[in-house]
Ligand binder design. Structure first.
Ligand SMILES: C[S@@+](CC[C@H](N)C(=O)[O-])C[C@H]1O[C@@H](n2cnc3c(N)ncnc32)[C@H](O)[C@@H]1O
Length: 244
């Protein structure tokens, strides 16, 4: 039998948003390589003798280089260990899951993928924001505000798309993103918000418009949502039952 690695999405933060399938796979794991954004509550599903390897940026340390993570996965899988790679949200949405699958398959290792709930839908939902709506958003676009090569997204095309824009990793470049969308013709009155630590007790948000939104005082992980659907935001009703 070929060695196997299970790539799991841990969901957006609240550990109760982990899927049943993910919980079952965690319970069977011998080794788990965990990213920074994964809520440690998800590790409660592991056996007490499972080995946990932290590979994210924690305690001010640098994150583990991607090729080293891939080498560890290969190493443990070839020792016939039940290996889990646990990532925040969904592993295939801005999660480098595709790169890891490629690297593992190139080494003859089978990969099983267990999707997770991505921050892009769950975090707006925690405020009551539907990312699509028949009356005002015929689609949703997930976009990164921080690219590998520094290239800007095509703001003109995005502004013209009429879709809700959900921007991951957009906090640092928020002023440029807003300027780009306004220059591309998006109305400054378009509802917009920034949400930090979505689905957690520490969640904070600022609901404004494209013209008035600022990320000052917010920190990662934070998501920016732009579009008419943001007017559905109802902070008071959703901040009750958050996980730690
Ligand atoms: C490297 S991406 C990983 C996305 C992840 N794979 C997913 O599907 O949600 C990390 C970014 O996702 C967003 N993010 C993840 N979790 C979040 C949360 N709980 N609240 C707000 N934004 C979050 C932030 O923009 C963060 O910088």
């Amino acid at each position: 039998m070929r060695p196997l690695v299970t790539l799991i999405g841990a969901g957006p933060g609240d550990p109760e948003l982990l899927t049943l399938k993910a919980a079952r796979a965690l319970a069977a794991a011998d080794v788990v390589l965990v990213d920074e954004l994964v809520n440690r509550g998800c590790l409660a599903h592991l056996r007490s003798d499972a080995r946990i390897i932290e590979v994210g940026k924690r305690g001010g340390c640098k994150s583990t280089p991607q090729d080293f993570i891939e080498k560890l996965l290969v190493l443990y899988a070839k020792e016939n260990k039940r290996v889990v790679r646990l990532k925040g949200g969904d592993p295939f949405v801005f999660g480098r899951g595709g790169e890891e699958v490629e690297a593992l398959r190139a080494q003859g290792i089978e990969v099983e993928v267990i999707p997770g709930i991505t921050a892009g839908t769950a975090v707006p939902a925690s405020l009551g924001i539907p990312v699509t709506h028949r009356d005002c958003a015929r689609g949703v676009t997930f976009v990164t505000g921080h690219t590998k090569d520094g290239a800007e997204p095509n703001w003109r095309a995005l502004a013209a798309s009429g879709t809700t824009l959900v921007i991951y990793m957009g906090l640092r470049n928020l002023p440029q993103i807003i300027a780009g969308l306004k220059a591309a013709g998006m109305d400054a009155a378009t509802p917009a918000c920034v949400i930090e630590n979505g689905t957690l007790k520490t969640q904070r948000q600022r609901v404004a418009t494209l013209g008035t939104l600022s990320g000052d005082g917010f920190a990662a992980p934070a998501l920016v949502v732009i579009g008419d659907v943001v007017r559905f935001a109802r902070a008071a009703t959703v901040l009750k039952a958050k996980a730690a």
